[in-house]
Design a protein around this ligand. Structure first.
Ligand SMILES: NC(=O)c1ccc[n+]([C@@H]2O[C@H](COP(=O)([O-])OP(=O)(O)OC[C@H]3O[C@@H](n4cnc5c(N)ncnc54)[C@H](O)[C@@H]3O)[C@@H](O)[C@H]2O)c1
Ligand SMILES: O=C(O)[C@H](O)COP(=O)(O)O
Length: 546
């Protein structure tokens, strides 16, 4: 059974999905996120967690969590998860990017209208028994210019609705093409400051990152039209709250509609909320029945499918891959992992500086980035054991200054498919190339300049030697004498010609004693011997970390 913790309020439909799953043991503790140490303790016995924005998975909460494998965010923003820490720990983090797009776009439009027509204070005045028509004269949206900052799913949905309201829509998003913006009837700006000075209203829809924190700051507010209205239904802090307060005080800002805040708890935003021209809601963008049901179902499915079927969906810290795709790529992932593991052992104590992978033929139709991560986890696991997995291998390599690169060509060479890897150490380069026979049999077909055909599993003895008659028999006799059984043998010769340097790979059924190895090493025609230990053929793949 896999234990799944739900640490925030989640729609019952998502909880039921988890509860009914035969392999899931659901722990529903929607208040636990309020106590970080209790959360940390609970995670020690948890395989997967479903969270919303209330749960803060900080570096401290995540540190030392050996069992936790997957975080599913029932929603979009993952700024409450320390992604670097999660990745380092080998934890996959996924979100449900589409489920609340429309609800949040509708909330944005509602906030814009509410702000411009004083809906909040007008309603409050009637609740207090007044009839103040003059006080609440508003502003029409049609004909006004709105700047939409961040044109992703929600930004574009807001822009479409603003167009429907007959507003002039300007947009800023460095990652949107001019063509896509034009299709949506958005006037795209490449310079945010040029856009801001033209707007009557500005609405932000970016994630909160180091780049977007304080994107709308005091300096920018001063340059905007006097009386500009601001809307933030994305994340607190994208509009600098201190600067906003100053702007409201001076009148430079004509009003603000806020759903999100730097600090989200009762009392923390009283000052902002006290302004009559500020419309506030307590982070309700995604709070509709429809959105909550959709994100809850998606998040529950993400956790179940990950834990029980190895499927990775909507991951924000690694390449997403479905169970079916994973099955199709498994042989290549395994091949790359074994090449990494072998090269690390061949490099021994020489410091590995980097590696280049080359993909040829059929393998290029597979997720090669993930296959490279599998190679890297093999390369590093020789030294780091089970702390490295396919999820954290790239970041672990980077941390250690090991540069891994890859090239791909769909053209085939001697084989229909080939993965070739060259490792650079302080002293030399070592190359190993492998292929798959059928879908199940992994072969080492290249070792430095030698072509060969060796099984890529179990215990392998690799020795360099002079290509002279009688040597194979002599090694066979030595191993026979020491009760070591050779299950397979492969030879590669320099330029495929007799008489030069050669390499042999013996697959052994049992480990040779030191004495046996010394005898092989001592043979006058043998110039180097190395043992490589790989998992048995078709072994399970725990290193996937999935
Ligand atoms: N209030 C709520 O309840 C609620 C609900 C859902 C989402 N959100 C917030 O809204 C944000 C946007 O959600 P989404 O689904 O549209 O995400 P998205 O990833 O589809 O869109 C984000 C867009 O921001 C753009 N962007 C990134 N950095 C930028 C920058 N420096 N300047 C301009 N544009 C930049 C990206 O290119 C992208 O197009 C989320 O990150 C989340 O924080 C809030
Ligand atoms: O990023 C999101 O999806 C929204 O901010 C919604 O957050 P919530 O699920 O905690 O309401």
């Amino acid at each position: 059974m896999y234990r799944v913790l739900v640490s925030d309020n989640l729609s019952p439909i998502g909880l039921k999905l988890l509860e009914d799953h035969p392999e899931i043991d659901l722990v529903y503790e929607p208040e636990i996120h309020k106590d970080p140490s209790a959360l940390k303790e609970a995670l020690a016995t948890t395989d997967g967690i479903v969270i919303r924005s209330g749960t803060k998975l900080t570096e401290d909460v995540l540190s030392g969590q050996k069992r936790l494998k997957v975080v599913a965010r029932a929603g979009v923003g993952v700024d409450n998860v320390d992604l670097v820490a999660a990745t380092r720990q080998g934890i996959v983090v996924s979100n449900t990017p589409d489920g609340n797009t429309l609800s949040t776009a509708e909330q944005t439009i509602a906030m814009m209208m509410g702000l411009c027509r004083n809906i909040g204070p007008a309603s409050q005045s009637m609740r207090e028994g007044r009839w103040d028509r003059k006080l609440f004269t508003g502003t029409q949206l049609a004909g006004k210019t709105v700047g939409v900052i961040g044109l992703g799913r929600i930004g574009l949905a807001v822009a479409r609705r603003c167009n429907g309201l007959e507003m002039n829509v300007l947009g800023y998003d460095p990652f949107l093409s001019e063509e896509r913006a034009a299709e949506q009837n958005i006037e795209l700006y490449r310079d945010i400051d040029e856009l801001l000075v033209k707007c009557d209203l500005v609405t932000v829809h970016t994630p909160l990152t180091d780049e977007t924190r304080g994107l709308i700051n005091a300096e920018r507010l001063k340059k905007m039209k006097e009386g500009v209205r601001l809307v933030n239904c994305a994340r607190g802090g994208i509009i600098d709250e201190e600067a906003l307060l100053e702007g409201l005080e001076s009148g430079q800002v004509g009003g603000a509609a806020l759903d999100v805040y730097v600090t989200e708890k009762a009392g923390a935003n009283d000052k902002l909320a006290s302004y009559p021209n500020v419309l506030c809601t307590p982070h309700l963008g995604a709070s509709t029945e429809e959105a909550q049901e959709q994100v809850a179902v998606e998040a529950a499915e993400i956790v179940c499918n990950f834990l029980t079927r190895n499927e990775i969906r909507s991951a924000v810290n690694m390449v997403p891959i479905s169970g079916k795709e994973l099955e199709a790529a498994k042989a290549y992932l395994d091949l790359a992992y074994r090449l990494g593991l072998m090269l690390a052992q061949l490099a021994g104590s020489e410091g590995i500086k980097g590696a280049e992978l080359q993909y040829r033929g059929d393998v290029t139709s597979q997720p090669v980035k993930l296959i490279t991560s599998a190679f890297t986890s093999g390369l590093l696991s020789a030294a780091l054991d089970d702390t490295v997995s396919i999820v954290n291998s790239d970041v672990t390599a980077k941390d250690r200054g090991i540069a891994i690169s890859q090239t791909s060509t769909s053209e085939t060479g001697a084989f229909a498919t080939m993965i070739s890897a060259t490792v650079r150490t302080d002293q030399r380069e070592i190359t190993a190339g492998g292929t798959t026979f059928g879908n199940d049999f992994l072969r080492l077909v290249k070792l430095n300049d030698y072509q060969l055909d060796a099984y890529l599993d179990g215990l392998m003895l690799i020795y360099r030697h002079k290509d002279v008659p009688g040597l194979i028999g002599a090694i066979g006799t030595t191993f026979g004498k020491h009760q070591v059984n050779i299950s397979h043998m492969a030879l590669g010769r320099e330029k495929n010609e007799p008489g030069g340097e050669a390499v042999a790979v013996l697959n052994l059924d049992n480990a040779p004693s030191e004495e046996a190895l010394k005898e092989v090493q001592g043979h006058p025609d043998v110039t180097g011997v190395q043992l490589v230990n790989l998992p048995p053929a078709k072994a399970p793949l725990p290193w996937l970390g999935l």
